[in-house]
Design a protein around this ligand. Structure first.
Ligand code: PLP
Length: 425
C-alpha cells in the first residue's frame, strides 16, 4: 500500500481501537447507528443537488429528491412543525443562514455571553460579528446557570433587537421563553433558538419545545443529543410564507450550495429511529446526567447549580479549579481514556486556562449505560481527578467497563459484520 494511505489508515484504526475502550463524554458528540452510518458510504456522497427537491439545477436527483422529501416529512413529524430545511451542512452554517435571512450588518442581536455558555458562532468574533451584527448580551443568573428573566425582559424592551437569540453550548436548564413573550412582542423582534446541543432532548420531549413556546426559528446540529450524522438542521412553525422563503433563500443560495446528500440520507435514518426510540433515549440521557452530577458531587467534585438539581439536560458543568483547573484535569483524564473537555465557567477570564470541565451523558447512554453505571463512571473520574491514581491502572478499568457497553442502542438492529472495520460493534 502507498505509505501515506497506510499511515492514515493506521491512525484511523488506532483511533477506533482507542475509542472502543474509552469513556466518551464530550457533550457535543455522539455515535451514529449502523444503518445511518451505512448511508455515509453511498454514492449520495458523490453527487450534487442544488435548490429544492423537484426544482434542481442538476440532473440525476431523481432518488435524492425522494429521500429529501422523506427526510423533511420525518423531521416535521418528530418536531411537530410546518417547516424543516435539511440542507444545512452544520449547526454553524444553520446559524449563518439565520444571520443572512434576518439580520443586516449593523442590526442588534441579543444573545447569551460566551462565558455564560454561548457558542462561538453567536459571538462578536464568530459568525455573528463577521456578519456585522451588533451583539448585546443578556444578564445571567450564575446561581441558576440561566439567563436572568427580569433583566432580559428589560434589556429586550430597551434595545429592541432585530433578533433575540437563545441557546448555549453549556446548556443545563431550559430557557424561560414563555416568561419573555410580552417583551418579545414589545420589542417586535424575531426569536431564534439555537438548539444545537439539545436537539435530541427537544425531539424526545425532555427539555423544552422552543417553537411552541415563542421561538420563530430553531437551528441545530444533528450529531449531539440527536445522534445523527455531522450535519445541521433548521426548523420553523411559522405560517408566514414570506418568512419561510427568506429562510430558504438564505440557505440556498446564501450559505450552502450542495448539501452533503449522504449525510442527509443518514439524517433520515436517524430521524426514523428517533421516532421509534427517541423518547426513551432522551429521558435516560437526562436521568443519567442528574445521576452522574450527584455521584461526582458525592466524591468531592463540584458540579454547578447544585441547589437547582445540577442539570435538566445531558450536560454537567464542573468547577475543578481546586483540582488543578480544567486543562490539567481534562489532560489527566485523557491519559486514563476518559474523554472530556475544559470549559469556561461564568467567572473565568482566560479561555486557555478555564476552571471548568463540561461533561455530557448522551453518548454513554447511547451505549446502553444507566444510572448505576454513572456511579461507576464517577468513581473512575474521581480516581484520576481527586485521588491521582496512575492513569494506566484507571484506563484498564475503563476498558473493562466498556466491554459490556460496546453496541449502539436506541436504533434498529442490523448485523454489524459489514461495519466491523468502522464500528466497535
Ligand atoms: C455545537 C454548536 C453549534 C455549531 O454546530 P456545528 O454543527 O459544530 O457547526 C452551534 N451552536 C451551539 C449552541 C452549539 O453548541
Amino acid at each position: 500500500m502507498n505509505e501515506d494511505v497506510a499511515f492514515i489508515n493506521e491512525q484511523v484504526d488506532r483511533h477506533h481501537a482507542w475509542f472502543s475502550k474509552s469513556l466518551p463524554m464530550i457533550a457535543s458528540e455522539n455515535v451514529i447507528s449502523p444503518l445511518a452510518r451505512e448511508m455515509l458510504l453511498t454514492d449520495f456522497g458523490d453527487r450534487y443537488a442544488e435548490g429544492l427537491p423537484h426544482e434542481r439545477y442538476y440532473q440525476g436527483n431523481v432518488f435524492v429528491d425522494e429521500v429529501e422529501d422523506r427526510v423533511v416529512a420525518l423531521a416535521k413529524k418528530l418536531f411537530r412543525v410546518r417547516h424543516m430545511d435539511p440542507r444545512l451542512i452544520s449547526g454553524t452554517v444553520a446559524n449563518m443562514a439565520v444571520y443572512f435571512a434576518l439580520l443586516e450588518p449593523g442590526d442588534i442581536m441579543t444573545s447569551v455571553a460566551l462565558s455564560h455558555g454561548a457558542h462561538i458562532s453567536s459571538a462578536k468574533f464568530g459568525a455573528a460579528g463577521m456578519r456585522g451584527v451588533n451583539n448585546v448580551n443578556y444578564p445571567f443568573d450564575v446561581d441558576r446557570m440561566n439567563i436572568d428573566v427580569d433583566g432580559t425582559a428589560k434589556l429586550l424592551r430597551l434595545v429592541k433587537p432585530k433578533v433575540a437569540a437563545f441557546g448555549q453550548s453549556v446548556f443545563l436548564f431550559p430557557t424561560p421563553l414563555r416568561d419573555l413573550r410580552d417583551a418579545f412582542q414589545e420589542a417586535g423582534c424575531h426569536v431564534w433558538y439555537d438548539g444545537a446541543h439539545v436537539m435530541g432532548l427537544i425531539a424526545g420531549g425532555q427539555f423544552q419545545d422552543p417553537l411552541h413556546e415563542g421561538a420563530d426559528v430553531l437551528t441545530g446540529s444533528t450529531h449531539k443529543t440527536l445522534p445523527g450524522p455531522q450535519h445541521g438542521i433548521l426548523l420553523s412553525d411559522s405560517e408566514d410564507e414570506k418568512f419561510i422563503k427568506r429562510l430558504q433563500r438564505a440557505v440556498f443560495p446564501g450559505v450552502v450550495s450542495n448539501h452533503h446528500l449522504h449525510a442527509m440520507a443518514a439524517l433520515g435514518i436517524t430521524l426514523a429511529e428517533f421516532l421509534e426510540f427517541g423518547r426513551d433515549y432522551a429521558a435516560q440521557i437526562v436521568r443519567n446526567a442528574k445521576a452522574l452530577a450527584q455521584a461526582l458531587h458525592e466524591r468531592g467534585i463540584k458540579a454547578l447549580a447544585e441547589k437547582h438539581g445540577f442539570t435538566q439536560s445531558h450536560a454537567i458543568a464542573l468547577d475543578v479549579a481546586a483540582l488543578g483547573g480544567g486543562a490539567k484535569v481534562a489532560g489527566d483524564l485523557e491519559k486514563a481514556n476518559i474523554i472530556t473537555n475544559k470549559n469556561l465557567l461564568p467567572w473565568d477570564t482566560s479561555s486557555v486556562k478555564p476552571s471548568g470541565i463540561r461533561l455530557g451523558t448522551q453518548e454513554l447512554t447511547r451505549l446502553g449505560m444507566r444510572e448505576s453505571e454513572m456511579d461507576e463512571v464517577a468513581d473512575l473520574f474521581a480516581r484520576v481527578a481527586v485521588k491521582h491514581e496512575p492513569a494506566d491502572k484507571v484506563a484498564s478499568d475503563v476498558g473493562a467497563m466498556r466491554t459490556e457497553f460496546n453496541t449502539v442502542h436506541y436504533c434498529f438492529t442490523k448485523n454489524a459484520e459489514a461495519h466491523r472495520r468502522w464500528r466497535i460493534a
